[in-house]
Each structure stands twice: as structure tokens, then as C-alpha cells.
Design a protein around this ligand. Structure first.
Ligand SMILES: [Zn+2]
Length: 218
């Protein structure tokens, strides 16, 4: 997961309590969340949902509250439903959602994804449980198929990271090539890139790169 800084300006459709699905709201969410699902970190998902972090149950204050709206993919929203109501909040700077849950990419497109809570409070445990379900569970045929698509995408991002890592560590790399490789890794670690938490956890596990890129890890 990644932390999100929401745009300060509340979209007009929400202030007027007109709609939480109008273009101004979708655009503002898209920009705040870097076009990524706040749960699985897929960028530009085909099916997007505007999710109420706290279920609104027809309470207009919650329904049109800017801070209660999250950018999610249809798959994650469908897995979360009403089953997870006590989660870490990626929009709350007090919750470092990246550090709270360790995520390691699959070594092949079909291996399990490591999801480990780093704290033992209920919110972290619940969030890790949800992420585990998103990345690893095959509780329905449909979810098993889409899980395989998701893992492949994460694996592809991981191979991009590996490509630059090989350049960075290669004996015959020139200094300029090594510096360029490091810049590329910074791009993959940034909140704008998909699955950035996976890449940052790989770096944290590398004694050399974790020091070299310390300033780039939240
Ligand atoms: Zn998602």
C-alpha cells in the first residue's frame, strides 16, 4: 500500500451534495491516488469504483464527505465489501501503510505473494488479512483467474526492477550506467508507479540499496 495526499480543494459536486460520481470527483480522486487502486496498487484499472471508506448507509454527510471517498478497482472493492471495517487509512499521515505491511513480489508469476503485518494492532492485522485475500485468495473461480492476472502484473513490475538491479550490480557497468539504473529504480519506488510497495520492500531487504536509497523510502 502507499500513502495518499488528497487534493485540498473539495470537488464542487460534493460541496453541493449533488453526486459523488461526477467527473470532477472522479478526476480529483484519480489525481490524488495517482490513478492507482488504494488497495492492490494496480494503475489505471479497467474497472474503477469510488469507495466509501466508512459505509455511508444513506447518511448524506458520509456519502458526500470528500475524505471518505477512495479510488479502488472493482476487484478489490468486491473483495472488501462490508467485511473489513477497521483498516489502516492510507490518507491518514499517522498510518504509515507501507511500513505496516511487508509485501514481497512473486518469484514467478504463479508463486504466493508474501503479506506480513509488521505490527500487532487490530487495524494492521485486518488490513494484512484483506491484502492477503486480494493477492492470494482463490475463493471463487472468477477470483482465482483475476488473481492470476494480478500476480502476473506484479511479477512484470518486479522483472523491470530486476533489469535495473542487474545493470546496477554488473561488474562491467560504467558509473553513468549505474547512476542511471538507480534513477530508474527511484521511478519504480515512487508513489506514481504501480506496486511501489513491493519494490520498496525489496530495497529494504537489500543492505546496500536500503542505505543508498534511504531518503527515498518513507
Ligand atoms: Zn485493487
Amino acid at each position: 500500500m502507499f500513502n495518499v495526499e488528497r487534493t485540498k480543494e473539495v470537488p464542487a459536486s460534493l460541496s453541493a451534495k449533488r453526486s459523488y460520481k461526477d467527473e470532477d470527483v472522479v478526476k480529483a480522486l484519480e489525481s490524488s491516488f495517482h490513478k492507482k487502486c488504494y488497495l492492490c496498487e494496480t494503475k489505471e484499472p479497467q474497472d474503477i469504483n469510488i469507495e466509501h471508506f466508512v459505509a455511508h448507509q444513506n447518511n448524506d454527510d458520509l456519502k458526500y464527505e470528500w475524505k471518505n471517498l477512495y479510488f479502488s478497482c472493482g476487484r478489490c472493492n468486491n473483495i472488501k465489501l462490508d467485511h473489513f471495517n477497521n483498516l489502516l487509512d492510507c490518507c491518514d499521515p499517522k498510518d504509515n501503510v507501507f511500513r505496516a505491511i511487508k509485501l514481497l513480489p512473486p518469484r514467478t508469476p504463479n508463486t504466493e505473494i508474501v503479506v506480513e503485518s509488521q505490527n500487532d494492532d487490530d487495524k494492521t492485522i485486518q488490513t494484512a488479512k484483506l491484502l492477503n485475500k486480494i493477492y492470494n485468495s482463490d475463493h471463487t473461480v472468477n477470483k482465482a483467474v483475476t488473481r492470476s492476472y494480478l500476480r502476473k502484473k506484479i511479477y512484470t513490475q518486479y522483472t523491470l526492477f530486476q533489469k535495473w538491479l542487474i545493470k546496477y550490480y554488473a561488474e562491467d557497468s560504467l558509473l553513468a550506467e549505474r547512476e542511471n539504473a538507480l534513477e530508474r529504480v527511484k521511478v519504480l519506488m515512487s508513489n506514481e508507479s504501480q506496486y511501489s510497495a513491493f519494490i520498496k520492500w525489496c530495497i529494504l531487504d537489500d543492505n546496500n540499496l536500503s542505505k543508498e536509497l534511504e531518503a527515498w523510502i518513507d
